[in-house]
Ligand binder design. Structure first.
Ligand code: 9UX
Length: 72
């Protein structure tokens, strides 16, 4: 079953940062969708919890250079 999680994402300084994160993370195995909000500094991710965890997703966001923490 699909799960949804919200992350804080810090370090985004222009709108292209959103695209960088969304295109990278949406291609990660187990991620169904990601929507990043620049002004709110958050990301909402739908994913398959059998394939990856919230912490795995935060780690993947960090891979492209942004500090991410699982909030809810
Ligand atoms: Mo804009 Mo973001 O020049 O990584 S794309 S700051």
């Amino acid at each position: 079953k699909e799960k949804k999680a919200i992350f804080s994402v810090h370090g985004m300084t222009c709108s292209s940062c959103v695209g960088i994160i969304e295109s990278f993370v949406s291609n990660v195995e187990g991620v169904i969708s990601i929507q990043v909000a620049l002004l709110q500094e958050t990301a909402e991710v739908k994913f398959n919890p059998l394939i990856l965890s919230e912490d795995d997703i935060a780690e993947q966001i960090s891979m492209v250079g942004f500090e991410a923490k699982h909030l809810v």
